[in-house]
Design a protein around this ligand. Structure first.
Ligand code: ADE
Length: 344
């Protein structure tokens, strides 16, 4: 029998969604609260939570972050660890394959450590159950033996804080959800202004000279998402460097066009999804499975990456019978808006 593997690291290799490299993600990640732009309400709540716990000399209670990818869930976990002076251990739902893996992680934690579990919605249900007593009472229940002679012994764990992140909060069972006693926080899309400030900060760190107009252009096409914004900034920088151009509005537009990112920040996949709904399903409604089969996009990518942004822009609507393309989607794709969608 193989022994449980340690699936944690004390630093992370980020899931960059193919949108950047982990090293630069780390370089650009703010490591002071004052440098963290946006998500004001969450920041204020966390300050209170951390300060109160610190005054009571206790570790902060368990926290759940959710929202679309790239909005800063991992960054917040790092900032909390930094603020609490705690060590952070990082793992993810899919990396924990067996009960023994989780038991090994929990028993190797130090006093007041932070355990960060990314993509917690992908944690196997029978493994999840090991977390309940660990989160609630700080113990690990170990079953020894089998059948009628089986018995449970309890192992006391160091006091720790679990910070979990998910792009799919509906995939978290209510018993697990209710154990995040420090709070559940939904990360919101950033405003264009916030993204512009994040880009200006990143450009400074990377030593990229960039016009204000170009910052605005990249910001408009960044899906209100810092990770995407930083990815586009780096690619625009490459384009300007290779073409020996200043990074101004025109150069950024040319670079973004080459990357197939349109004025609203839609990429090829987003546009394919809208075209499929309109061309193959007469504008919808169409169910998730059908849409996934017709576009060759994974259901999870549709639900967690594309749809939230298309909904945010008002290009897509979700109805009980499925997804429908809005009048705005037809207009954006340069198509005639069907009469049924025209408001009188
Ligand atoms: N880089 C990525 N996310 C950021 C944020 N929220 N604030 C500042 N810089 C960032």
């Amino acid at each position: 029998m193989s022994s449980p593997k340690d699936t944690t690291s004390s630093d992370s290799v980020e899931n960059t969604d193919g949108n950047g490299d982990a090293f630069l993600d780390k370089t650009l990640r703010p490591n002071k609260w004052d440098d963290y732009i946006g998500q004001r309400r969450i920041k204020e709540n966390l300050h209170i939570l951390l300060r109160a716990a610190n005054e009571r000399e206790q570790p902060p209670e368990h926290i759940l972050f959710y929202g679309p990818p790239g909005l800063g869930k991992t960054t917040l976990a790092h900032l909390i660890a930094h603020e609490s002076g705690a060590q952070i251990r990082i793992t993810s739902g899919p990396a924990i394959e067996r009960v023994g893996d989780l038991a090994s992680i929990l028993t190797n934690l130090g006093e007041k450590d932070i355990l960060f579990i990314d993509e917690i919605h992908r944690l196997n249900k029978n493994i999840e159950e090991v977390l309940y007593p660990a989160m609630e009472s700080g113990v690990l229940d170990i079953i020894i033996g089998k059948g009628p002679s089986a018995r449970t012994i309890q192992l006391e764990l160091p006091s720790f804080t679990l910070i979990a992140a998910t792009t799919q909060v509906s995939g978290i069972s209510s018993p697990l959800r209710s154990r995040f006693s420090g709070g559940t926080f939904r990360l919101e899309y950033y405003t264009a202004e916030e993204i512009k400030s994040i880009l200006a900060r990143s450009a400074k760190i990377l030593g990229v000279k960039i016009d204000d107009d170009a910052l605005e252009e990249i910001s408009k096409r960044s899906r209100f998402t810092p990770r995407t914004a930083n990815f586009l900034l780096k690619r625009c920088r490459d384009f300007a460097q290779v073409h020996k151009k200043n990074l101004d509005k025109k150069t950024s537009q040319d670079a973004l066009e080459l990357l197939d990112v349109d004025e609203l920040g839609l990429n090829r996949s987003d546009k394919d999804i809208l075209h499929t709904i309109i061309d193959k399903f007469n504008g919808g409604p169409v169910g998730l499975k059908t849409l996934s089969a017709a576009t060759s996009e994974e259901e999870s990518a549709l639900e967690e990456v594309h749809e939230p942004y298309l909904l945010q822009l008002g290009l897509l609507e979700r109805t009980p019978r499925g997804r429908i393309a809005t009048a705005r989607a037809y207009e954006h794709l340069g198509l005639e808006v069907p009469k049924r969608l025209l408001k009188d």
